[in-house]
Design a protein around this ligand. Structure first.
Ligand SMILES: Cc1ncc(COP(=O)(O)O)c(C=O)c1O
Length: 455
């Protein structure tokens, strides 16, 4: 069992929860305390299945920036997703894994010229823009690019807002399509992003309506505009399933109203956190602690230092407005709670994960785990102070994978998945599976990925 090391794919004989899996790994590797992620690949598959069945008209293009883990990209590529890339580096990474250029949208409205040239070289034709300067730049570098005009949204109810930086208002967007016509550039569609962690389905509905208005204008001018990109912003944490269903229902209704299926319209989205947030659970170890006694009251407060922090996996605290919640194993979960703060391992005072929380007393060497740690975590982590951050270990049960593999491999246009955890039907899975990506687990894993089987 010493084989369960970083980047392993663990094929389990029965289904495990992340907590059970972490416990198992800790039992097996008593002496090792480095932080690690338990990555539930079943959860990623289930998310994809839920997407396809909830919004069957919308092809997801996974936003690589959210978590650029090679094995996640491979799995989603295998399942038939497309990709939203923000840079040359992301396009290269995805294409090096065998994804064809027509499954990629270069969805960064403000791009470096050399990256636009790179997109042209590798055949990524579809890219977004939202201003005249960008339009002229693309005209100069890649005159045959297929353009998608990003419009502004009301993202005032989103956790991370983008509209102060990206998106044309409708008046400007009309002028931009006119300009594109004048300079003979092809505009094929409209995109928007309602903000990451969007809290209302209305934002999506309003944006779809605005996209319709713009698209109708472009079509009147003579453009063959048939691509609608409804962006990212869909929730992905555990417990957000009902809210996702509410958004999906509102989106479907708005699409049917404004973009009825005429056989010509193509609808895509750019979900990031939806796919990965809940599938990553981070396990961290308490490496130091301090008891601080209040001189006046005599009450104690406790400070715990763990081995991953805001420069590592918890950068989401700084960049993604995330408030992580610690979870403890049963042995620690006593009723007597104390005011506690949790700190990262660097020498910086900013490296605080939780300023004040009521927790039972912990000992050095105890493990704390953190759910919903897959989105905007490892993609922006650095090893400040020379300290490593959590490394992924993937797990999936053999039975589940066999079912998913059979569903997506043998009948790519119709599928049915039935496991103890999931039962889903759809008759509208229009994805082609590329033979050279089959099967990536366990036979065709990355060279540095060990596959082990545990009971
Ligand atoms: C252009 C674009 N698309 C998609 C996403 C993914 O958003 P989310 O993770 O909220 O789905 C982002 C996030 O920054 C983005 O900038």
């Amino acid at each position: 069992m010493h084989l369960i090391k970083d980047n392993s794919i663990v094929v389990t004989k029965t289904q495990f929860t992340a907590e059970e899996f972490i416990q198992k790994k800790i039992e097996l590797l008593k002496d090792e305390v480095e932080p690690f992620f338990a990555v539930d690949l079943e959860d990623v598959c289930n998310k994809h299945i839920r997407w396809l069945t909830s919004m069957p008209r919308v092809t997801p293009h996974y936003a690589v920036k959210c978590n650029d883990d090679t094995n996640i990209i491979k799995l989603l590529a295998y399942l038939g997703a497309g990709f939203d890339c923000a840079s040359k580096g992301e396009m290269k990474k995805v294409m090096d894994l065998g994804v064809s250029a027509d499954r990629i949208i270069y969805a960064n409205p403000c791009k470096q010229s050399s990256y636009i040239r790179y997109a042209q070289e590798v055949g990524v034709e579809v890219m977004t823009f939202d201003n005249e300067q960008e339009l002229m730049k693309i005209k100069q570098v890649y005159p045959n690019a297929k353009l998608v005009l990003r419009i502004v949204t009301d993202d005032s109810n989103a956790v991370c807002r983008f509209s102060m930086k990206f998106g044309a208002d409708l008046k400007t967007a009309f002028k931009l399509v006119e300009k594109a016509q004048e300079i003979n550039m092809e505009v094929i569609g409209v995109s928007f992003h309602c903000g990451s962690g969007q809290m209302t389905s209305k934002a999506f509905v309003d944006a779809i309506q605005n996209a319709r208005t713009l698209m109708s204008y472009g079509i009147k001018l003579g453009f063959d505009m048939n691509l609608l990109d409804i962006g990212g912003g869909y929730p992905g944490n555990l417990g957000t399933e009902d809210y996702f269903a509410e958004i999906a229902a509102a989106v479907n209704k708005a699409l049917d109203e404004h973009f009825p299926d005429d056989g010509n319209i193509r609808i895509i989205a750019e979900p990031g956190r939806y796919y990965v947030a809940s599938s990553y659970t981070l396990a961290t170890n308490v490496i130091a602690s301090r008891e601080m006694v209040d001189a006046e009251t005599g009450n104690s407060k406790y400070m715990y230092y763990i081995n991953d922090g805001v420069y590592g996996s918890f950068n989401c605290v700084l960049y993604d407005h995330y408030v992580p919640t610690p979870s403890l194993f049963a042995k620690n979960d006593s009723n007597e709670k104390h005011t506690t703060s949790i700190w990262g391992p660097t020498c910086d005072g900013l490296d605080c994960i939780n300023q004040s929380i009521e927790l039972p007393k912990l000992a050095i060497g105890d493990w704390i785990y953190w759910k919903n740690m897959g989105a905007y975590t490892i993609s922006a982590a650095v090893q400040f102070n020379g300290l490593p951050y959590g490394k992924p270990i993937y797990f999936m049960s053999k039975q589940f994978w066999d079912t998913v593999k059979a569903a997506f491999q043998t009948v790519p246009r119709k599928y049915q998945v039935e496991t103890s955890a999931t039962r889903v039907n759809s008759s509208d899975c229009s994805y082609e599976i590329e033979d050279d990506m089959l099967p990536w687990i366990p036979e065709d894993f990355a060279e540095d990925t060990t596959v082990v089987t545990i009971q």
